[in-house]
Design a protein around this ligand. Structure first.
Ligand SMILES: *Cc1c(COP(=O)(O)O)cnc(C)c1O
Length: 455
């Protein structure tokens, strides 16, 4: 290899970077770095990706700390006992934020994200139900166990039900209730119900299920039947937002029947993907058979992860944020993001063209549809296209089941989306609308499509 050749004169630069079969010879690391980095250029700027809940910025100190800890394996509690201690500290912090009534009884773990956490929460409910159903003399062969959830669930719950052969009972969405209809929910519950899931931050719309009302319904059911039906709260997006901004809102372990909660550390926990958390209010809700003891400092430590080896750097990144920001740091960031989201929603509303479903007041997610009488020749897919020309990635997608003719658009505002960026987004939306109104540039008439929104 001629080492003096500049990158763009090199053999590597003459060839496709995407290879189907391994190269015979190595490539200079500087060249490999630059060429692979270049390969990713047109993926867009993650900071302008308004589709994702996942964190797109961390402080340089956090990034350095994480890069310096890639080699630590989160599962090796005995080799990396300091890391294990940091993970436990995070669990304690999260359980405290969720008002766990007894810190000695709660149990929790880090996961790769909310999907793994929901899988664990669902499994625990399933095993628990089985034990309880056997005691009650329920015929386990008569029908499959079921899970009751709002139809706007995130896909991880469908995975859970498919993997574990559980009947998913969805409470449908209607335009009045863009979250679970608590007056309907108990109609879906029977002897075979393993639990009810409440969602704090519905992925589709950003709405919150009314967990307090749900808890009242479940309590009434338990009183009447003598059962111990529990609620798992999927707080993937709300779990590390609400405790800082609305600490008085009761959705967590303060509610009697909420037995477990999950969140994504990589959403409003402000860590790069993938990190998640799950906490059970009391060990008794986590069946023994799901706990595996690994050796730790000469003793044993309970683990209940589905995955085995993975880097501990995300856990360390989460701890950095908790330790560095403190309660008021998170509160400050989240309150500011909320304010920015509400400002964007206000400007969108001013156009008089859109009906706002979520204005960022509960969580900084804006969701809207075109008004039925908007009288325009373009649709939300066209608007998404125009915005993409300015680098903004904005999803547009149809609502569910009975509302599938309603197309909505959603913006997820994150901590790194400042007022300066919001001002340019607002300007770009206004310009895009002007262009759509004055030119014949529409292209999506009557075409059904979905532009990503599930993360
Ligand atoms: C994002 C999300 C998930 C999945 O979370 P991951 O951390 O991406 O695995 C689950 N449930 C809800 C409500 C979500 O918003």
């Amino acid at each position: 290899m001629n080492n003096a050749l500049p990158l763009f004169g090199s053999k590597a630069a003459c060839e496709n970077v995407i290879i189907e079969k391994m190269n015979q010879e190595p490539i200079d690391p500087k060249f490999a770095y630059q060429l692979i980095k270049d390969q990713l250029i047109d993926e867009g700027n993650a900071r302008q990706n308004m589709a994702t809940f996942c964190q797109t910025y961390m402080e340089p100190e956090a990034t350095a700390l994480m890069a310096e800890t890639f080699e630590k394996n989160a599962i090796d509690k005995s080799e990396y006992s300091c890391t294990a201690e940091i993970e436990q500290a995070c669990v304690n912090i999260v359980a405290d934020l969720w008002n766990a009534p007894d810190m000695d009884k709660m149990i929790g773990t880090s996961t790769v994200g909310s999907s793994e956490a929901c899988m664990l929460g669902g499994m625990a409910m399933n095993f628990k139900w089985r034990e309880e159903a056997l005691e009650r003399g329920v015929d386990l062969n008569k029908q499959r166990p079921n899970l009751v959830i709002f139809s706007g669930y995130q896909v991880c719950w469908e995975k859970f039900c498919v993997y574990w052969d559980i009947d998913m009972r969805t409470v449908p969405m209607d335009e009045e209730h863009m979250s679970i209809n608590v007056n309907e929910v108990m109609n879906y519950v029977d002897d075979y119900t393993i639990g009810v899931v409440g969602i704090l931050g519905i992925t589709y719309t950003g709405k919150y299920d009314d967990i307090q009302a749900l808890d009242e319904k479940v309590e009434q059911f338990n009183q009447e039947t003598g059962r111990e039906l529990g609620i798992h709260v999927d707080a993937a997006s709300g779990g590390l937002f609400t405790p800082f901004v609305f600490p008085e809102l009761e959705w967590d372990f303060r509610l009697k029947n909420v037995v477990s909660i999950n969140t994504s550390g990589h959403k409003y926990g402000l860590v790069y993907p993938g990190i998640g958390w799950i906490v059970w209010k009391d060990r008794k809700y986590l069946p023994e058979k799901m706990i595996f003891n690994v050796s730790y400092l000469g003793g044993t430590m309970p683990t209940m992860a589905i995955n085995f080896s993975r880097s501990a750097s995300q856990i360390i990144g989460q701890y950095y944020n908790f330790y560095r920001y403190g309660f008021n740091g998170y509160k400050g960031i989240h309150s500011r993001t909320r304010m920015v989201a509400m400002k964007v929603a206000e400007e969108i509303e001013k156009t008089n063209l859109f009906e706002i479903y979520n204005n960022g007041d509960n969580i900084p997610i804006i969701c809207y549809r075109l008004k039925e009488d908007a009288n325009v020749t373009w649709n939300l897919y066209d608007l998404a296209d125009r915005l993409q020309m300015k680098g903004w990635q904005v999803p547009a997608y149809p609502l569910l089941e009975d509302l599938e003719n309603v197309v909505i658009q959603r913006f997820v505002c994150r901590g790194d989306f400042g007022m300066n960026m919001a001002e340019s987004l607002i300007r770009d939306i206004q310009t895009a609308i002007e262009e759509l109104e004055s030119a014949n540039v529409t292209m999506h008439a009557n075409k059904k499509q979905v532009q990503g929104f599930t993360h």
